[in-house]
Design a binder for this molecule. Structure first.
Ligand code: ANZ
Ligand code: ZN
Length: 845
């Protein structure tokens, strides 16, 4: 018998597809509705790996599906080819980062060609091409023009190993995301994008995405932006003209403030301590140095014992005129809110820990036992502000228990706020403050502006010239791109300043404004800038006149289906969303969210853990591909489980997938009826199964239940085999129909086998453009069988039921039968015998 030979089939169809070019999107005159399916583009760090095989396999199922549903589908591919790994590899091996990068792209491209995702290759792009980064520079200047790109000096996260700045997002638990070194703080002048101006919109627009993005990702975005609502409150400082603002989410607890804390590394702390005694100044200096060595994670860790220095200064509580000692402590961060807080130890755990460590007063101002509705209890306090608790009140004293009262209740001991519930007290307190000009409602965000400067070589040069007379001058658009100078002769080793600074011929230029001697900006852009808008470049990837065509964006964008790893759940998606909003505001786009629907594939594991070279459990894509072939690999990945779940490669069976494909393929060669055979006379059961699958698969695919569709295809193939071997045989029209539908649906998972089946069934390529067959409604009506209803063994009725009817359902139907009931009469049914779907016997006494 013939054998399914994946290598031969791959070899046969690759050149045919190459010739046909069936996946070019947006051909002139094409009036079909459109879909845009995008996989997160790969980083060329070596060959493709199993993670790529999975993600691109899933993306391709979606793209191929929409094509068969009659859409003109844009499914492009490119490379995210700037970035640190290329540079580090280049340093290690002494090769040019450009050569290293493009050699890897060539290798990945060759693997893709074998793996057969249905890409429109004519739109291929590489972010490290001048044709791409020219427009990345254009984008930068658009932001610069609008004041969204700006430079400031500030403390930045610094990786001492990579010698480069890291965005907050690239610091994981205080360590460099890439190399794992402990991140330090360093003061540098850097370029930032004002993403914080978009915080509210980035947050509010998440509502649009809910339901179409994994809820986990939506939650992570929300968290990252971290909006909290409260008030800014101004405190007088003794011996200082200007007041100090603090941000609080609990203005209802203002009367419970017993001290103030400022961040040691804030300008305010430095100023306040300057008037203190020499001893305190020294202690403060020590403390400041310790604080600067700490990571933000450490500082926010509530488990750490509280430390701090009293600055010998006092603030005045605006609501009751009380003197509050001012401390510096590391648990207050310099760059959140105003870098200073009012401490309310009775109701905030961190403040309570601090108060207990330094014996500061604790005053309860919310009775957390009081019902929020109904009677208002009264609590009295002694001169020290400690509550005098009735024996049975149950309200504990935080200073003694060490547990802050963080729950809701009624405000007490707070003058005009007494008796109010939390939301009302907050409203009232803010009104009071506003009326006296001492505060206002305020919001705060965890989100920081996006630091985009990198002191590295392999990235997009920042298109700015620094002129001693004119300042920061944009490179005129006709001079773009600012090309990267050759790496040859440059020392790429990280040293804290950009290697580009040493490229004498490149860095020294005439100021575009005054013509005087000036210098180029020597930093390159964070590669997250490159990937924030690449989805737009695909729309007209070869256009030399503009970054993207707004008319094409109108037609194709936003992306209907985005597919990629959850590791990009925060950064990449946030930045793309931000840039999309900026381009919307600039009038280039008519939409504000780039990715309408998002699918995060799980990870491919081995024996339950992440694969890595060092663990020796790496499953190489290339070797799996040559061992099992494209189709078996793709089917295995799709069949392993829901696409969001991790796949353990130790638990799956590519050989099982190959057997299934061989079975399906063999049938296509056995079919003896001709393509124009009349379906009608075909085997009813097989036809019903075929049409049931045609009807069910679209819904399943649109919910990403790829594994279920593969399982259903396996069932169909088995039934087809049965029909051939022990039914009406290979000449039955239903066998041809089933085999054709199998090929049509297999196109999503196993394109080579599907194409070969299609050809064996007598058709021209390509099955990829065959339109989804409509299920025949007549064949979707379920087959019925006759069930007999007996009373005491005598046949009384016959019911038409589904062959899959449950025993309970059949009993219910029998008990409802009029004929049976007539026969039961006044008798009592004492027992029911059910043999679904054939028989029910009612035993009556
Ligand atoms: C008084 C108070 C009373 C507070 C109370 C909380 C509970 P989120 O929700 O994260 O925005 N805070 C303000 N600025 C801070 C800074 N720079 N570093 C550390 N903590 C800071 O937290 C806001 C709350 O965190 C603010 O409300 C403030 O403490 C503190 F029963 O003010 B609160
Ligand atoms: Zn100038």
């Amino acid at each position: 018998a013939e054998a399914w030979d994946f290598a031969a089939i791959q070899e046969k169809w690759t050149p045919v597809w190459e010739e046909l070019d069936p996946f070019a999107a947006g051909r002139p005159g094409d009036t079909r509705p459109r879909k845009y399916v995008l996989d997160m583009f790969p980083y060329p760090s070596g060959d493709l790996h199993m993670g790529h095989a999975e993600a691109f396999g899933f993306g391709d199922i979606v793209a191929r599906y929409w094509r068969q549903q009659g859409f003109d589908v844009l499914h492009p591919i490119g490379w995210d080819s700037f970035g640190l790994p290329a540079e580090n590899a280049a340093i290690k091996r002494g090769v040019d980062p450009r050569e290293w990068t493009y050699a890897n792209i060539a290798q990945q491209k060759a693997s893709f060609k074998t793996y057969a995702p249905s890409f429109d290759w004519s739109r291929e792009l590489h972010t490290s091409d001048p044709e791409y980064y020219k427009w990345n520079q254009w984008l930068f200047l658009e932001l610069f023009k609008r004041g969204i790109a700006y430079r400031k000096e500030g403390l930045v996260n610094w990786c001492p190993n990579d010698q480069t700045v890291l965005a907050n997002e690239q610091v994981v638990d205080g360590h460099c995301e890439r190399c794992g070194f402990v991140v330090e703080k360093k003061s540098l002048t850097q370029w930032y994008f004002r993403v914080t101006d978009y915080a509210d919109r980035l947050l509010d627009d998440l509502n649009q995405l809910e339901g179409n993005w994994p809820s986990k990702v939506v939650a992570m975005q929300r968290n990252w932006i971290g909006r909290s609502a409260g008030a800014d409150v101004e405190f007088e400082i003794e011996g200082r003209d200007a007041r100090v603002s603090v941000f609080t989410t609990r203005p209802d607890t203002l009367y419970g403030a017993t001290f103030m804390v400022v961040a040691p590394d804030s300008d305010l702390a430095a100023e306040l301590v300057s008037g203190a005694s020499a001893e305190v100044r020294m202690r403060f200096q020590d403390y400041l140095e310790k604080t600067q060595a700490e990571t933000e994670i450490d500082r926010l860790n509530s488990e750490r014992p509280k430390t701090g220095v009293f600055l010998e200064r006092y603030a005045v509580n605006p609501v009751n005129g009380e003197r509050l000692p001012i401390w510096a402590a590391d648990y207050v961060l310099a760059d959140y809110g105003h870098g200073a807080i009012m401490a309310v130890p009775a109701h905030d755990q961190r403040d309570l820990d601090f108060a207990r460590a330094f014996d500061l007063p604790v005053r309860v101002v919310v009775d957390t036992n009081a019902p929020v509705t109904g009677v208002i209890p009264v609590i009295h306090f002694d001169e020290d502000g400690e509550p005098i608790l009735p024996e049975d009140a149950g309200l504990t004293n935080p200073k003694e228990t060490g547990v802050a009262l963080t729950g809701v209740g009624r405000v007490i001991n707070s003058g005009p706020l007494d008796g109010l519930s939390k939301p009302n007290a907050i409203r009232r307190a803010v009104e009071h403050l506003e009326a006296r000009g001492l505060g206002r409602a305020a919001k705060n965000y965890r989100l920081r502006d996006w630091l985009i400067s990198r002191q590295r070589y392999w990235g997009t040069p920042i298109p700015i010239v620094h002129c001693p007379d004119c300042g920061e001058v944009a490179v005129p658009s006709e001079q773009l791109p600012v090309r990267l100078p050759d790496a040859a002769g440059l020392d790429l080793k990280p040293k804290g300043t950009s290697p580009l600074g040493a490229a004498e011929d490149w860095i020294n230029v005439a100021c575009p404004q005054c013509g005087g001697p000036a210098k180029r900006d020597s930093d390159t852009m964070d590669t997250f800038v490159d990937s924030s808008w690449y989805y737009l470049r695909f729309l007209n990837a070869n256009d030399d006149d503009r970054a993207f065509d707004p008319a094409a964006a109108e037609k194709w964008a936003p992306v209907d289906q985005y597919v990629g790893g959850v590791e990009h759940a925060i950064l990449h998606l946030l930045y793309s969303r931000f840039i999309t909003k900026v381009l919307f505001d600039a009038g280039y786009l008519g939409f504000t969210e780039p990715f309408t629907s998002l699918l995060n594939q799980g990870m491919v594991l081995m024996d339950g853990s992440k694969m890595s070279k060092s663990k020796g459990n790496l499953v190489e894509f290339a070797s799996e591909l040559s061992a099992h072939g494209t189709d078996a690999l793709r089917v295995t990945l799709a069949f392993a489980g829901p696409p969001e779940d991790d796949i353990d490669w130790a638990d799956v069976s590519p050989t099982g997938s190959a057997k299934f494909l061989a079975r399906a393929w063999r049938i296509s060669g056995e079919v003896t009826s001709s393509p124009d055979v009349e379906w009608k006379g075909g085997d009813a059961a097989l036809r019903r199964a075929t049409h049931r699958l045609l009807a069910d698969a679209p819904g399943l695919l649109e919910q990403f239940k790829f594994n279920v569709v593969v399982a259903r295809l396996m069932e169909l193939v088995n039934l087809t085999r049965k029909t051939i071997d022990s039914g009406p045989g290979a000449g039955d029209p239903a066998v041809r129909e089933a085999s054709e539908v199998t090929a049509m649906i297999l196109n999503l998972f196993a394109p080579y086998t599907a194409e070969d089946m299609w050809s064996r069934l007598g058709y021209e390529p390509t099955v990829a453009l065959v339109q989804w067959r409509k299920a025949d409604p007549a064949l979707l009506v379920e087959e019925q069988v006759t069930a007999i209803v007996q009373v005491n063994g005598k046949v009384r009725d016959r019911l038409e039921v589904s062959p899959k009817v449950s025993a309970d359902e059949l009993e219910r139907l029998a008990r409802g039968s009029e004929a049976a009931l007539r026969s039961v009469g006044d008798g009592e049914i004492i027992k029911v015998v059910v043999r679904a779907p054939k028989l029910v016997n009612l035993i009556v006494r």
